[in-house]
Structure formats: structure tokens, C-alpha cells
Design a protein around this ligand. Sequence first.
Ligand SMILES: Cc1cc2nc3c(=O)[nH]c(=O)nc-3n(C[C@H](O)[C@H](O)[C@H](O)COP(=O)(O)O)c2cc1C
Ligand SMILES: [Mn+2]
Length: 476
Amino acid sequence: MVSYRDLRDFIARVDALGALRRIDGADPIHEIGGITEVAAGLPECPALLFDNIKGSAPGFRILTNTTTNAQRAALALGLDPSLPPLDILKAWMKKRATLAPQPPIPVNDAPFLENSATGDAVDVEKFPAPVWHRGDGGPYIGSGSIVIMRDPESGWINASIYRVQVHGKNKVTIQFDHQGRHGAIIARKYWEQGKPCPVAVVNGEDPALFIAGFEYLPPGQSEYDFAGAIRGAPVEVISGPLTGLPLPAQAEIILEGELLPPEQETLLEGPFGEFTGYYAAEKRPCPVMRVLAVHHRNDPILLGSPPMKPPRFHFGLPFRAATIWSNLESAGVTDVTGVWQHVSQLMTVVALKQRYDGHAKRAGLIAAAHTYMGRLVVVVDDDIDPSNLADVMWAVTTRCEPAEQIDIVRNGWSSALDPRIPEEDKRRGITAHSKAIIDACRPFPWRETFPRASAISLEEARAIEAKWDDVLKRVK
Ligand SMILES: Cc1cc2nc3c(=O)[nH]c(=O)nc-3n(C[C@H](O)[C@H](O)[C@H](O)COP(=O)(O)O)c2cc1C
Ligand SMILES: [Mn+2]
């Protein structure tokens, strides 16, 4: 079904779906971020292409809301964008489980070599790096950019998303949320030998690489191989003129350089609005990348993906829910009919057909164990569409007796980004929280005699939508 060649090709496909809006003359200081956040909250949630950006050369563009709805996330995954969102997620869950890694292939030329600068000519500030949110500490060239590093021992190439703040013509910072990030692990290996870590920042990558950069892959596995598998064609890479790192040949903007040992230099980074809708911390010391070369295509496009207030999220499909769905299946939990996440991954819903007493709780406990920063896990019966929050809340308010059907699990997986963990606890190293598991299924022993639902069934509703689509869509 795929395969778009690069970000430009993807933009053309989004445009063909009528889902692209062009915006001229916006200000990168607060305005582009504001427009992006408002647009992401609209029901149709369009992708935005900003041009003639205040303070930058015409043609230097920013794309935002690239994959923020289910339709464009499906397009990026090579799945049918016309399917209902839960069906797309299920298709992705199945595809992900059988993806064969596709190693990148080397090529000899890259459009980003159209414009190259090294040494004193390096000027990162010529690109329109937005100050996304009002309280942010500065402009970010990397919000959806990929950071490339090579493991000095095994040669493994890691290519993940870490934010990149601009601090001058040839200085940026790269921020790891915690020391377990693969980039942080690799950089430390160089630093322990007293060396800087060769690094490249890739901007305007194709959306398959953008998605791969977000996925949790095991150490040693390259996001390049995963991106190739998603797209159904290997990533074309060219050796970076300065670092020798393999760089995606079709990307828009590349920064090459070195990440300096923190003992040598750090800069104060942030604050930066997080996906929770809050700031997680004030300015903090952060590793510095000395930019030694910059390459870009003519009229380059930055892929901007600022965290926004929930429910807005970088991806219009909850990819982490697909992983939980797989985990449930591989643990032997049968009859799961759907898994979804709401509030930007902060709430997880599992739907299943109950076969035995304890089935729902078994699923809820597994889901709770795997929800990052999520305080709320809900299990519903199979007549509920877990992607429909109104349906889910209908089940919670009519099938759940709180005194009997809510459990609380303590010391669960969260992070230092959690706004509800007190600062003094974080200073003591506490980053865990409690999770509520709400069993909103009809109680198993009397599920057959539970009051019959008067509402239309999911299947019937789908069939009516399909048959009466034209008429219903005309009602405004
Ligand atoms: C748009 C976006 C921005 C992100 N920003 C950061 C970041 O600044 N720092 C970070 O550590 N993780 C960030 N993440 C999460 C990581 O990219 C993600 O967890 C990834 O799997 C980490 O890869 P790794 O296992 O190779 O370290 C971001 C994710 C997305 C989608
Ligand atoms: Mn990785």
C-alpha cells in the first residue's frame, strides 16, 4: 500500500486527501505553536504547512500535525486510511508483530547535499525554529527530529527522537528524558573514553522514520530497519560527509557534529511544554552538540511535532495501545476485541468478551503493568468501542460499582514528567505513581441477566454508517 518516497511525497498524498492547509506569514515565536495546537483540537485535525515564516527566507517551511489523526497515521503506516480507527490499530498490531526488519541501503547522492556549510559558515539559526509554547525556554529546531548515533562497540545505529534546542549558530542541546535512552547509553560510552560522541540530527524525515523513532525497540536494533519495514522499502542512506554516520538520503535538513562530554560543557535547557500539558521542570543542564556541518535541500521543510495539551498527540493512533494488545495476546489473554488509549496515552481501555470470572481483571492488570504514566485503566465488555470515550464512560457509569470494581495498584510505572508527583518526592528519586483499574464490565456471574442494552449494537451502527454515509455527512 505504501510507499511514499519522502516527506514531500507524503505531503502530496495528504494534500490529495484534502487534509493539508497552507499558512503564510506566521510568526515562529508562539504563533506557529498556537495555530498547531488549535488545529490539532479541531475534529478534522488538518496537517499544516507554514511558509513565508516571519524572520526566515521564503521557502523555508515547517510541517506540523503530520500524523495527528488516525487517517494520516494510517497513511504513514501503509494501512487503509478509510477504515475505522480501531480496525486500523488492529491491522497495525498484526503488521507490527510480523514485520521483517529491512536494513537500509547505501546510495551515492542525496538532495540535502544541494546546500552544505561547514566551519564558520555553519548557521543553525537560518532555519525557522519555533518557540512552541509561551513558557518555553527558547527555540526548538528538533521537536520531531531524529538523533543518529553509532554504538562504538557493536556499530549499531540508533535513530530516535530527542528534542533539540537552539543556543546559537553552531550550538544546540539534545535532551534525554532519562539515562536509559539508547542515545544516552551510547553517548556515555564515548564520554567514558574522554571523547565527544559523533552525532547527527535529521529533520524532515519521512513519517515511517518518525514513527520508528518513537517505538520502543530493543538495544541493538536499528530504527532504520524498522522504518524500512513499515514503509515496505529500505531507508536509503548516505555516509555523512563529516561524521560518516549513515544519514537518510531523502531527509530535508541534517546537522552533523559531536555531543560533548558533560564534564567539558553543558548548557541550561528548557523548560519545554510536555505531552501531559504541563512543564516538567525548570531549566536544567543538558548535553551540548557542537554543530560542525549543516546540509539541507532547497526550500527545506522542518517536521515540527510539539507536545500539546491532551488529547492532542503526535500520532492519531495510540501505538502504545497496539503494543499492550500484543502483550495481552502473547500472555494468553483471549477474546480481546480492542485496546485504545485516550488523553495522550494517559488512560488505557481494554475491551474483551468475558469468558470466565477474573478474565477482565487479568487483562486490566497486564495493561496496568505496561501503561507509561497512565493512572487510569478501564476494562469494558466487547459491545463497547474502546476508542469511543463516550461509550467507555457510559460503561463506567452503568456497569461499575465503585466499592466493588475499582482496584488501586501502587508504585506503578510513571516518570519524572508526571505533574502529580511532588517535587520533593522527585528529588528523593520517586517517579512511580498509583494506577486505578476500573472494571466496567457487567459482573461476570450475572452478565446474562444484566439489564439488556437498548442502544444500537456496534455492528448495526457500522452498517448504518456505511449505507447512509452521504446523507449523514450532509447534516451540519
Ligand atoms: C515528538 C516526540 C518527542 C520526543 N522527545 C523526547 C525527548 O526530548 N527526550 C526523550 O528522551 N524522549 C523523547 N521522546 C520519546 C522517545 O523518542 C521514545 O521513547 C523512543 O522510543 C526512545 O528511543 P530509544 O529507545 O532509542 O532511546 C519523544 C517522542 C516523540 C514522538
Ligand atoms: Mn533505540
